[in-house]
Write a protein that binds this ligand. Sequence first.
Ligand code: SF4
Ligand code: SF4
Length: 502
Amino acid sequence: MPIDFLYPEYEVIRNPQRCIACRVCERQCANEVHSYDQELNLMKSDESKCVNCHRCVALCPTRALKIVKTDHTFKTNANWTNEVIGEIYRQAGTGGMLLSSMGNPKPYPVYWDKILINASQVTNPSIDPLREPMETRTFLGKRPEKPERNLDGTLKTENLPPNLELSVPVMFSAMSYGSISYNAHESLARAAQELGIYYNTGEGGLHEDFYRYGANTIVQVASGRFGVHKDYLEAGAAIEIKIGQGAKPGIGGHLPGAKIVGDVSRTRMIPEGSDAISPAPHHDIYSIEDLRQLVYSLKEATDYKKPVIVKIAAVHNVAAIASGIARSGADIIAIDGYRGGTGAAPTRIRDNVGIPIELALAAVDERLRQEKIRNNVSLVVGGSIRNSADIVKAIALGADAVYIATAALLALGCHLCRSCQTGKCNWGIATQRPDLVKRLNPDIGYKRLVNLVSAWQHEIKEMMGGMGINSIEALKGNRLMLRGIGLNEKELEILGIKHAGE
Ligand code: SF4
Ligand code: SF4
């Protein structure tokens, strides 16, 4: 119907002087944008299918291609924008929810960019990390009430609560096998092992090939309980109960049947081709007492040897929720902010539900301190941690470590086209199509992840040294090291920091 016609969002610009009609772009594009016209001996483009993933641009041997945002527009209207009008046409045509992926792209405030880090001058001199020891190692889990010593003065190490040891306070966040490819999972697992950190299975179970990375694996138990069994629980270094996720707080997950093929179906323990639908709530959790039951069931099942993480989305009353979780027996609370990514989410929920991780973290850390239960749990935060400065700010605001996912996928080649839900990821990441999966070489992928986290580790050391701080422990919750810029009184109060100049 003409009503439904929408001019493509992106235009493929092909330079005819450069194009040699080699058809590489045609072979590389899973969305079938490019085609070859034999009669005219030239390449054509169907821009309506373009998702702007840049695969063709990156692989064109003559740099003949570029993708530009169209300047075609409806009559300018600050309220009824092109995007709003297009979405209404699409929903009026289909009657369905709009689906999207990755994180919330709306221009809400990014508080990390409104927080500045301190540096030493004259007194309390800075530390040179190239010449002096700098500790980025950290531990996640409950702290003992007080250190106990043996008769010979050595520290007692028996009966300590189980902890995770991280060489740097960064972990790869939950991404399920099924939502991402085998090669993407292998890259994450190998990188976690080499870096001395952890990656997370997400809710899809653990492929048998990856049990060997168990010492660096967090196994997730989500509401669908896909792929959860005793060996799975025992395989990981920690168990994460997923209650919520920043990209879609309050709703469950849906992996389309088309992605439940072969190993993915076997690992999830569901039939091939059946949709993997995780319910919105865990059907056995309606209170903190119920959560406590699950926490202790998982501890019991693994001989109390593994810390249990409870992951929630950052929502309005997050501090009270975290206080309850800290009392449930959980060892670690993971909080996912509203910019957190996903393989698929209803667009409206992704873009409108939840709160920024910066405010959630500051509120939770403060509440747990006030209630004198901060040492009962560690805090891990995620939801658009973009660089080492975000990590330093998160630690100073009270986090023990951060989760990264979108940044990790970018390191693997993701171009943030936000089309993961189609299963046709041209970079071999969010797909199960064998011809696409093999485009991501895990030997290269894992190395790029190691490079990224190592580079961040160097930067974290430099920033800590600049502050005159020589360990992550000394930076944790050290809000004096932060100042706000362009923030109102309420925002500064919630963040617990002073304004720049104070
Ligand atoms: S990859 Fe480049 S040179 Fe080859 S057909 Fe496509 S646009 Fe032309
Ligand atoms: S993972 Fe693939 S499909 Fe998803 S945003 Fe990145 S490039 Fe696009």
